[in-house]
Each structure stands twice: as C-alpha cells, then as structure tokens.
Design a protein around this ligand. Structure first.
Ligand code: C2E
Ligand code: MG
Ligand code: MG
Ligand code: MG
Length: 282
C-alpha cells in the first residue's frame, strides 16, 4: 500500500516536472520569436521632484504582448537572462529608448529616460558600442539617458564595464543604482562607483509612514546617498502618506503608483504636459 502511494506521488512529481519543463521550453521558444513578431512594448513611469512635484524624467519598463495576454517582466526576464535572449531583447529596448528620447525631443518634451540593464546584457561585449550607436543614429542626446543597474551588478562589474560606464557618463548620461537595499553593498566600493542616483527599493519605502524604524532607516540611507554626492530616488510609493514622509526626510525624486503608474507613450505625454509649465516644455 505504502509502495503504491509512494509511486503515485513519484508519478505526480514527474508529471509536474514534465509540465514545468514543457512550459519553460514553450516560454523560451515564444521569447525567441517575440522580437521578430514585434510583441514588445515599453511603458513609461514618471519620476517627479520631491520639492515641487514637477516631472524630472521617466523609467522605461518592458511589456510583452504575448498572444495569451500581456506579460510583465517578472514572467520572462529571468528566463531571458538564463538563455541569453536578454541580449537581443535588451538591444530592442535600447534602440527603442533612443528613438523615444529623440521623438519626445521633437515633440518638445525634453525628459530624461531611464532604462533597466540586466547583468547579462552589460557583460556582453559590444553592449556599450551598440548603445552609443543607437543614441547616435536616433540623434538622442546622451544627457537624457539614464542607465539603471542593480546594486549587485554595480558591486561586481569588471574594470572594462566600469570604464565604459565612465565614458558614457562623460558624454552626459547618468547612472542610477536600482533596487538599493536589497543586495549586499560594500559601501567603500559604492563610493568609487560613477553613480548619479540611488533608487531606494520599495522594501525600504513600504513602511516609512507607519513604522518609525523604517523611517529612521530610510532617512539614514538618504543621508548616505547624499553623502556620496548622489540624488536619492524612492520607488514603489503607493500612498500620499509615504510620499509626505519621504519629502520630509530629504528624498529628492519620487516614483510609484501614488504619483503615476507606468503608462503607454500617449498617456505619458499627456501626463507630462499636464504637470509641466508651458515655458519649461521647450
Ligand atoms: P524595477 O526596475 O525595480 O522597476 C520597478 C517595478 O515596480 C516595475 O515593475 C514597476 O511597474 C513597479 N512599480 C512601480 N511603481 C510601483 C508601486 O507603487 N508599487 C508596486 N508594487 N510596484 C510598482 P515591472 O514593470 O513589472 O518590472 C519589474 C522589473 O523588471 C524591473 O524592476 C526591472 O528590474 C525589470 N525590467 C523592466 N523592464 C526592463 C527592461 O527593459 N530590461 C531589463 N533588463 N529589465 C527590465
Ligand atoms: Mg528600474
Ligand atoms: Mg527597482
Ligand atoms: Mg530592478
């Protein structure tokens, strides 16, 4: 009897495993075709000044219009990294970001646009060359480009990558450390990195309005960021109460659903025009 149920469990387990393997294979094959089939899109989430609420830029976030429905990066970015497909997808993203910056410029919306870069992408020889080519081809000013790299990537990037980042910064682009507070930072190393902004992860922001300790931690992190000569950006702000605390404790830039959700380009442009005084629109 025990044997029979044991076998039953084993069969159930192998079935589940087989299903997972099949799903992963399907996801990979769908991902391989997604660029060619023009299934990717970018949405744009505003970033605003904590001082006066004016728009300071936006973050480009990837969406996959899969035939079965819209997929968020959480459903495919890891697989894209594992398979190396992130290199091709990242190239699509970078080309689009360059074209978007340029298109917005023609529409009189001079806003900085931040793009997320995965470790696998940045390690790939040619990433920075293609990024420059994309910006150049689109006639997009480097000053309007920001690269978001994670804390862990920033801590481990090679001297070559560091040099390429410095060159890009010399051209006027900026660098933001994403998801700060989720990894393990060597603070001495952070000091040596060419960084302009540090984005406090949502987990650091979540309880600033209801837990005094969380507020103390966020305040200390912001002081650290300022001490390093960088601007502090808070991400994942979901309530006005959180935004209010972040303003008081000196955060520079705010981003989150409470300010605006990621939007399709048309909606983002309307939003940007509505919050920006006319004379600043160029
Ligand atoms: P991230 O760079 O930390 O982006 C912030 C994520 O939080 C986004 O999720 C955004 O939609 C979401 N978010 C914004 N405001 C709020 C809020 O108030 N509350 C909550 N709960 N969430 C909020 P999304 O778009 O699903 O992207 C997830 C992650 O996927 C990003 O995290 C980024 O690491 C990665 N990613 C997105 N686009 C790209 C891309 O083009 N290339 C690469 N390599 N990675 C990307
Ligand atoms: Mg990001
Ligand atoms: Mg983040
Ligand atoms: Mg991230």
């Amino acid at each position: 009897h025990a044997k029979a149920s044991g076998r039953g469990r084993a069969e159930h387990f192998t079935d589940a495993l087989a299903t997972r393997i099949a799903e992963r294979a399907q996801l990979e094959s769908d991902l391989r075709q997604a660029v060619d089939k023009d299934q990717f899109a970018l949405v744009f989430q505003p970033q605003v000044s904590a001082v006066d609420g004016s728009i300071v830029g936006a973050e480009a976030l990837l969406r996959w219009r899969h035939p079965d429905g819209l997929k968020l990066p959480g459903a495919f970015i890891d697989r894209a990294e594992e398979t190396g497909l992130i290199v091709e997808i990242g190239e699509w993203v970078v080309n689009n970001v360059a074209e978007t910056i340029s298109r917005w410029g023609r529409l009189g919306v001079r806003q900085r646009l931040a793009v997320n870069i995965s470790p696998r992408q940045i390690d790939h020889a040619g990433f920075f060359r293609r990024l420059r080519e994309a910006m150049h081809a689109a006639r997009a000013p480097a000053a309007l480009l920001e690269l978001e790299i994670t804390e862990t990537l920033a801590m481990h990037c090679s001297p070559d990558v560091l040099e390429a980042i410095s060159a890009l910064r010399a051209d006027g682009a900026s660098i933001a450390i994403d998801d700060f507070g989720t990894g393990y930072s060597n603070l001495a190393r952070l000091r040596e990195l060419p960084v302009d902004r540090v984005k406090l992860d949502r987990s650091l922001v979540e309880h600033v309005a209801d837990q005094p300790e969380a507020r103390t931690i966020a305040q200390a992190v912001i002081a650290l960021v300022h001490g390093l000569g960088c601007e502090a950006v808070a991400e994942g702000i979901e309530s006005e109460a959180q935004a209010a605390v972040l303003r008081v404790i000196g955060c520079d830039i705010l981003q989150g659903y409470a300010i605006a959700t990621p939007m399709a380009e048309e909606d983002f442009l309307s939003w940007a025009r509505a919050v920006t005084p006319r004379r600043a629109m160029g």
